[in-house]
Design a protein around this ligand. Sequence first.
Ligand code: UDP
Length: 538
Amino acid sequence: QSQELSEAQIDYHAALQALVENGTRMVCTGRMHTDRICRFESLCYSTEAEEFVYFHSNSSVMLPNLGSRRFQPALLDLSSVEDHNTQYFNFVELPAAALKFMPKPVFVPDVALIANRFNPDNLMHVFHDDLLPIYYTMQQFSDLDLEARLFFMEGWSEGVHFDLYKLLSNKQPLLREELKTLGRLLCFTKSYVGLSKITTWYQYGFVQPQGPKANILVSGNEIRQFTKFMMQKLNISLEESSSEEYIVVFSRTINRLILNEAELILALAQEFQMKTISVSLEEHSFSDIVRLISNASMLVSMHGAQLVMSLFLPRGATVVELFPYAINPEHYTPYKTLATLPGMDLQYIAWQNTDREDTVAYPDRPWDQGGIAHLDKAEQERIIKSTEVPRHLCCRNPEWLFRAYQDTKVNIPSLIHVIRQTVKSKPGPKKQKWSGSLYPGKVRDAKCQASVQGTSEAKLAVSWQIPWNLRYLKVREVKYEVWIQEQGENTYMPYILSHQNHTFSENIKPFTIYLVWIRCIFNKNLLGPFADVLLCST
Ligand code: UDP
């Protein structure tokens, strides 16, 4: 391993001198620990203490300089999961002079991205918490290029999906345990610490029941730019002229099974007149699954992490998520939220087993596989009688686990009925139409002219020019919204207009000041900004 690090030769003496003289330099973005990413020069890590070390010297910099607020609760989140108390980052401080008494530093020459993976054995977590955030953190800082090296500090071993993490840079990612073999004191020449949360769409229910994040900032375009990158790295080319249309059933083989899978596959094939194939993480390579999904018309699967693979579906495809008995689809929506992100252009359908006869539960399994034998008798009975898991917090709610790990015999007519409510003819990729939505700019040169008729009547003629960007666009429908507000009042009269001028006479009084607000609207729902308010005196 240490050989790997020494690939890029550095002048050891100069590096050590720079560390002693300059100490650590840190400059961060973000106002709170939850939105902060820090860039460091000469951040060190003691593999014995398992602590990061900041060395003070005459030239060191620490921005933000929070004093003891750095511990309330931390400098930043090391994973993309918001404010999780097992994922905090901090460092301990020392004077650079202390280096004299410390183990000889080993320098890391690569630009480093230091972060925590959240749950590397679960595919949903791998993509949502790690791969997408790492990819877009690297896009944010230009020296985090393909030659950068990832350092995973959460302390897990590689995990089953490590090959996916390796796609993000040309250098082998290093795990916390491996750092010990490199030396006792590691010093990162240049590093970034923390992950961007800008792409995450779901919160797992640590402080309130799980659900979509309150302020989602990612759209299908950015998701698809990421999947394009991953597919290039996996050597999968998008087949533009897809020869045959087909449905993919993504099955689980260990638990939460579809008990009548063969029957389901036949029924789907017959109903939609399409080849229907089944894949699983156990029986197919990751690349094969991506290749199949990226050309599929429909993906059908039990609720579960494997459904995050709908990120690779082509535009226009349909996601069908199956929920076991007593699990309300509206309460568990990571994949619905993904499929319905603006610009993902996927259709989403949820089906729930509502028939007790069609479910098989496993009360005697260990608790983490949904067993409830460890609970007291009354609680076991209550759970077994219950027809819906009440909303709950993450992550060990026994009633939720009990229901989540049931197997299901899918009621085929009921499922086909639900799918048919959304998919009228054949499912599948729509003709690639430009669905990017562009917003209008401000209207320009707005003017008003008042005329007074007698003592009680007045008119207000308002005109404006089209937004500057409209002359370069083809827009199906252009409308203008005008609000007329009497100065000092907090209500206004709204109008939707098709032309660039209008004379208002209704409710216009003489000798009054009106504020006129104008904005352009494309295609009914693309609202532009208001132009500077117009002051009009009648
Ligand atoms: N998994 C799988 N086959 C199975 C059960 C699970 O491939 O039969 C995978 C699943 O996709 C996920 C991981 O194992 O990546 C953990 O599954 P778990 O049931 O714990 O989580 P969930 O799918 O409910 O998020």
